[in-house]
Design a protein around this ligand. Structure first.
Ligand code: ADP
Ligand code: MG
Length: 485
């Protein structure tokens, strides 16, 4: 595929995502990680960096890294190293952050997803364990700033991609896929407002065939909407700069949702500025093959494994299977529909309804699928009435609407009260067809002269005359037979 160009430029994006791990306690101390506590009530001596304290690795955080590595097909390093990343900031009491530098715990792997109906794969460089810093709270009621160290020492897994992403849409699709995976395997609660899943987008542009351009890094994107806006703005800005003859300076920038613009915070430090060195307080992290196997055995079935099963067992396309496994809740809904019917419903039809009418209404009303007013049992009843020929697809949409709005929760009752039963009496249908043929001699002549459109016009008239109750397949067959006769 040729890359999409903007004003003759190719966009290049690499992502760094900080996922906050869903452990009960911090990465190197026993202080709790719960969100929203009073400032400085969840920071112990280790988090405060009091003299004489020593970090102790939290086994659960390592288990999370192993699960991620298994989910993304990465190499899980049998030995990895913790390093000190040195910088000064008021919310960093030790004066360094414990991170992993030269040998991270998770290496390589990839994330695949659909962008429209095109499959994309983004390669990962690494994922490393590190601790979060505290937070500066600016301008309290007496105009002062303070430091809250509750977040200091919260375990993070930073997931870094190769610069494989080629547009803002692809960036968002990647981030959504990664978000799905980390929440699916339960290593992160995925709450973006609370900062549990924060993305940094490294963006550069170049003329096709040229080496990589200089990047600017947009920090802390914590909503998919802002992510798209920020990257789009940044791309336009960089192209304008270059077209005006200015070179891009490597920089860290922030997106301001109020102005829709990105703004430079600081010029970018190089790794050398951080004076990384192995942390003498922490021994190398050893992960045995047995530990990896234990985690594998306990892990939930991954979305791509479930999707592959749907392709194999139900004959669904990869695209459909991927849509049905977009979240655990969607997968559960689908399974309840397909497995919950006494007479089997077609998985393809179930998929079309879940990804079609149901998704459309969920989006419109901004409801999560687990709260959908149309429950899987009702969907089963509805699909059963379509497949046994009681109602047409169009009538089914009316039934769905009645269920959705709470007008009724019984499929058969809605069909009855709205008179939606399909006309299965071919005598009555034939009468309508004869009438429509007699009333539309022009269309009949055009059809005989080889115009298919005229046939469709006749079908439309018949459906209308039957008030939508005729079975379209039956109408097609009968009409064709009559016109041929
Ligand atoms: P650092 O650690 O200094 O931020 P890295 O080399 O680790 O730098 O890269 C960070 C991220 O930036 C990675 O996701 C990488 O793919 C991406 N990246 C590197 N160079 C470019 C570039 N020229 N354009 C876009 N993204 C880039
Ligand atoms: Mg970076």
């Amino acid at each position: 595929m040729t890359a999409k160009l903007i004003h003759g430029y190719e966009v290049v994006i690499g992502f760094e995502t900080h996922t906050q791990l869903a452990t009960k306690s911090k990465i190197f101390s026993r202080a709790p990680t719960a969100f929203g506590a009073e400032p400085n009530t969840q920071a112990c001596a280790v988090d405060l960096a009091l003299p004489g304290t020593l970090p102790v690795m939290n086994r659960e955080a390592v288990a999370c890294a192993i699960k991620l590595g298994l989910a993304l097909g990465s190499h899980i390093a049998p030995v990895s190293i913790f390093a000190r990343k040195n910088y000064f900031y008021p919310d960093l009491p030790k004066g360094y952050q414990i991170s992993q530098f030269e040998i991270p715990v998770v290496q390589g792997g990839e994330v695949s997803f659909f962008l429209g109906d095109e499959k994309k794969t983004v390669r990962l460089v690494r994922a490393h364990l590190e601790e979060d810093a505290g937070k500066s709270l600016h301008e309290d009621f007496i105009g002062q700033s303070g430091i809250d160290l509750n977040r200091a020492g919260t375990p993070l897994l930073e997931i870094v991609t190769e610069p494989d992403i080629r547009s803002s849409e692809e960036a968002v699709a990647y981030a959504k896929e990664l978000h799905k995976i980390v929440t699916w395997i339960g290593i992160c609660d995925g709450n973006m407002q609370e900062g549990s899943f924060r993305c940094d987008a490294n963006v550069s542009v170049r003329k096709p065939g040229q080496p990589l351009g200089t990047r600017r890094e947009i920090k802390n994107l914590n909503s998919f909407k802002f992510m798209q806006q920020a990257i789009d703005y940044e791309i336009r800005w960089q192209i304008e700069q270059i077209e005006d003859g200015h070179a891009i300076q490597q920089a860290t920038v922030l997106f301001d949702p109020d102005t829709g613009e990105t703004r430079a915070m600081r010029t970018k430090e190089d790794a050398a500025d951080y004076r990384y060195f192995p942390d003498p307080d922490l021994p190398p992290l050893h992960i045995s093959e047995q530990w990896v196997q234990e985690e594998r055995a306990q892990m939930a079935e991954l979305p791509r494994v479930v999707a592959a099963r749907y392709v194999r067992d139900y004959g669904l396309s990869e695209y459909d299977a991927s849509a049905l496994t977009q979240s655990k809740a969607t997968m559960i809904y689908f399974q309840q529909v397909v497995l919950g019917a006494s007479t089997p419903v077609s998985p393809k039809i179930a998929c079309n309804w879940i990804m079609g009418e149901l998704s459309r209404r969920l989006n419109l009303d901004e409801i999560a699928i687990e709260d959908a007013p149309v429950k899987p049992e009702q969907m089963v009843a509805l699909l059963t009435r379509i497949s046994d020929g009681t109602i047409s697809n169009n009538a089914a949409k009316q039934v769905f609407d009645a269920l959705w709005t709470g007008e009724s929760n019984d499929v058969d009752a809605v069909i009855e009260s709205k008179g939606l039963k399909q006309m299965n009496d071919s005598g009555a249908l034939e009468k309508i067809i004869d009438e429509v043929i007699a009333a539309n001699p022009d269309n009949v002549a055009q059809f005989r002269a080889g115009k298919d459109k005229a046939f469709n016009a006749l079908v439309g008239q018949i459906m209308k005359a039957s008030k939508g109750k005729a079975n379209p397949t039956q109408v097609n067959e009968l009409l064709r037979a009559k016109l041929a006769g």
